[in-house]
Design a protein around this ligand. Structure first.
Ligand code: HEC
Ligand code: HEC
Length: 321
């Protein structure tokens, strides 16, 4: 099967050991929306990565089984296909690997992989679907993770007003404020945003897939409350560093930052004006942006709003189960 890629997005690469088929994507979609993958049948992937909220969560910290909450904001699954590593700290190397985490996380779905396998093996309609996709044989979590991974690879959104203007050469697709905001975004002497939220030649995900410390979540004494990437690499410079998130569809994904501490895009822009929060590990590419006028800041925000793309069909909850 071919994944249709909208304007502005690169092609999606499929891992060699997980060939994608339409039947597999349909299975992955069903699993993604199935709360029975959680220990008490109440929480699905979609509970925290909601299609109506840009595949993110409007709550600062998502509610898992029994209303428990972790300490990080649920990032969007939209365009996660393009991230080199998953999670704010990049601790997972692939979508397949990532899909094993939430099922077992105590504050998320609080289940075991074995219990999921048992549940699915008892559902005749699932057995039929797994057999169709992978051939007859036991249902393993590996097959579950592969199906969810390839479903997620179809959850990509491009063709935003920005894409139609910049890549599609449709001059009327955006207002002048967006065009001015884009200049500020790119210009190292103005916003200097593109240095981390990077663009490629003919496409853009607006992330360098790297980790930076902006000082989000430092306490009043300037101490980091979440070590971020450091926990994975143990490199001193990675203290308090988090993955640069994509800016695509960002208007749908409030609240912002790894701790969901900023509620609006206006608050995000204001945060950058002061070069984030001071601490020993703050990224050197964060500059004071006092020179940006109120109009410049509004234009930057208009640009961010123009990055909302089209969510593809057949990614919402399947009906008729
Ligand atoms: C209870 C809420 C919750 C549930 C349920 C949940 N997630 Fe998440 N998800 C999160 C949070 C919070 C993070 C960020 C955690 C971190 O970075 O440490 C995350 C991160 C991710 C990421 C990484 C995205 C990125 O930008 O790095 C993907 C992909 C993802 N989840 C997919 C899934 C899938 C698939 C399922 C179901 C198997 C699922 N999630 C279930 C809350 C949830
Ligand atoms: C030094 C690299 C860097 C620069 C420069 C930078 N960003 Fe970011 N951006 C990040 C990282 C890393 C995060 C996540 C930080 C965290 O949660 O701790 C982020 C988060 C964001 C978010 C929140 C996204 C979400 O889903 O939560 C927005 C919006 C954003 N940046 C816009 C901008 C704009 C606009 C500029 C320019 C004024 C800019 N960034 C400059 C690295 C950067």
């Amino acid at each position: 099967m071919e994944i249709q890629v909208p304007v502005g997005l690169p092609s999606v690469s499929i891992p060699a050991d997980n060939p994608i088929t339409a039947d597999q994507v349909a299975l992955g979609r069903r699993l993604y929306y199935d709360p029975n993958l959680s220990v008490d049948g109440t929480v699905a992937c979609a509970s925290c990565h909601q299609p109506d909220a840009g595949f993110g969560d409007p709550d600062q910290f998502s509610a898992g089984v029994g209303g428990q909450r972790g300490g990080r904001q649920a990032p969007t699954v939209l365009n996660a296909a393009y991230f080199n590593e998953q999670f704010w700290d990049g601790r997972s190397p692939s979508l397949e690997h990532q899909a094993e985490g939430p099922v077992q996380a105590g504050v998320e779905m609080a289940n075991t992989l074995q219990a999921v396998e048992e549940y699915l093996s008892k559902e005749a309609s699932y057995v039929e679907q797994f057999d169709k996709v992978y051939g007859p044989g036991p249902i393993t979590y590996e097959k579950v993770a592969k199906a969810i991974g390839n479903f997620e690879r179809t959850v990509i959104a491009g063709n935003s007003p920005f894409d139609r203007w910049y890549y599609g050469k449709d001059d009327a697709a955006v207002e002048d404020a967006v065009k001015r905001g884009f200049e500020i975004f790119k210009d190292p002497k103005k916003g200097n945003c593109e240095v981390c939220h990077s663009m490629q030649e003919n496409t853009a995900i607006f992330t360098d897939n790297k980790y930076h410390n902006l000082g989000v979540g430092v306490d009043d004494e300037g101490n980091l409350t979440d070590m971020g990437r450091y926990v994975v690499t143990k490199q001193d410079g990675d203290q308090g560093a988090f993955k640069t998130p994509t800016l695509r569809n960002v208007a749908l994904n409030a609240p912002y930052m790894h701790d969901g501490s900023l509620k609006t895009l206006k608050e995000v822009v204001d945060f950058y004006i002061g070069a984030g929060n001071s601490n020993d590990y703050r990224d050197k590419d964060l500059l004071e942006l006092d020179h940006l006028t109120r109009k410049d800041r509004d234009d930057l925000e208009s640009f961010l709003h123009a990055l909302t793309g089209e969510i593809p069909p057949n990614t919402d909850a399947p009906s008729g189960d």
